[in-house]
Design a protein around this ligand. Structure first.
Ligand code: ATP
Ligand code: MG
Length: 216
């Protein structure tokens, strides 16, 4: 059973952080594990997704911003991990200190990256934050770059794995741009319940399998 704290973050909006965080948490849920999704974004995307009660996880809103006392925030996240075993943190975009604060308690950092120049630059900045944490803390988390919202019809979409491989961190299975992800959110389900036999679900399950290997 995977145990620990997985953070999903990048310093860029709209890259698929919440989509990956929620679907991954649901894919990792089982009869014996009910993961807690910590929605650390004031926007509350995951909270909204879960509002209808259609997700097999618990979603808790613990926004992290300039006003947050970070030590208390980390303590709260750790408490959820002790109780539930597995916590997935959906981080807010843009604000670097949130990423740094989360890195102090994270066992694995997932960095969704879409095939676009602006995202690649934000990813480099996120990796700088990770390098700073690794320099000061032994056992600082491994990272996994996750190609996200990938459109293989474009050259950038076909080349994303090769581009990410040059960044020096492992590259995980891609989450392709598919309408099932949008419909799953709209209906308050995760993609595995919304479209059981879909390619969208298969992408998420491949990522979940990779995450399980990293955490055990
Ligand atoms: N693989 C995908 N296929 C299709 N649509 C996607 C995919 N991933 C994300 N989206 C859509 O893209 C939009 C942004 O996704 P999401 O909210 O997951 O990104 P985010 O990085 O969490 O954004 P924010 O920075 O605002 O928190 C949403 O409308 C979502 O449904
Ligand atoms: Mg989000």
């Amino acid at each position: 059973m995977p145990q620990g704290i997985i953070a999903v973050g990048n310093l860029k909006g709209g890259v698929g952080k919440s989509t990956i965080a929620v679907n991954l948490a649901c894919a990792l849920a089982s009869r014996s594990v009910r993961p807690v999704l910590v929605d650390a974004d004031a926007q509350g995307t995951a909270v909204e997704w879960a509002a209808g009660g259609g997700l097999p996880i618990d979603v808790i809103h613990l926004p992290i911003d300039e006003k947050t006392e970070k030590k208390a925030w980390r303590k709260a996240v750790k408490k959820h991990q002790e109780a539930a075993g597995l916590v997935i943190v959906d981080l807010p975009p843009h604000w670097g200190p949130a990423l740094t604060a989360a890195l102090d308690v994270t066992d694995l950092l997932l960095i969704p990256v879409t095939p676009s120049g602006a995202d690649l630059r934000a990813t480099m900045q996120a990796l700088e934050r990770l390098a700073e944490t690794r320099a000061k803390r032994e056992g600082a988390p491994p990272a996994l770059l996750v190609p996200s919202r990938v459109d293989r019809r474009t050259a950038a979409g076909r080349e994303i794995e090769a581009v990410l491989a040059d960044m020096g961190e492992p590259v995980g299975p891609a989450i392709v741009q598919r309408s099932a992800h949008i419909d799953a959110f709209t209906t308050g389900k995760w993609v595995g319940d919304w479209a059981r036999r879909s390619a969208a679900r298969a992408d998420i399950e491949a990522l979940a399998a990779r995450v399980k290997r990293s955490l055990t």
